[in-house]
Design a protein around this ligand. Sequence first.
Ligand SMILES: N[C@@H](CCC(=O)N[C@@H](CS)C(=O)NCC(=O)O)C(=O)O
Length: 128
Amino acid sequence: MAVVRFILGRIILLIDFLTRPKKPALSAEEVANYAAITAPLALYEFPSCPFCVKVKRHFRRRGLEIELRNAKKDIVYRKQLAEDGGKLKAPCLRIKSDDGSHTWLYESDDIIAYVDSLIGITPPAAAH
Ligand SMILES: N[C@@H](CCC(=O)N[C@@H](CS)C(=O)NCC(=O)O)C(=O)O
């Protein structure tokens, strides 16, 4: 099972590499603005997890540089994710508040919606 997971993970990384979305052309002001917005954020990830890859591709598509923390390899990040976040599950976005406390946001779709909301992009209203 571990071998199958390993091979699938490699395939996911290869497909991601071959089809990686282009970064948008941002003005210097947008780059500085986005850097300030994303400074309090860190994405806890398992690098070959398809949900993590989806989120990272979205960051790239938007031109967002968000710190990545490999919770598969790094035992400190792994412990933080499990104990402070509450679940050893990825992706998870750690959001630092002004008072130094952290909020942990799980679910790839919620992370995508959250970062979009930070840069003023709201999802289209659902059709009725
Ligand atoms: N619905 C979640 C699925 C995330 C997920 O299943 N991640 C896997 C890695 S690919 C995981 O962390 N599994 C461990 C667990 O569920 O406890 C999302 O979209 O983020």
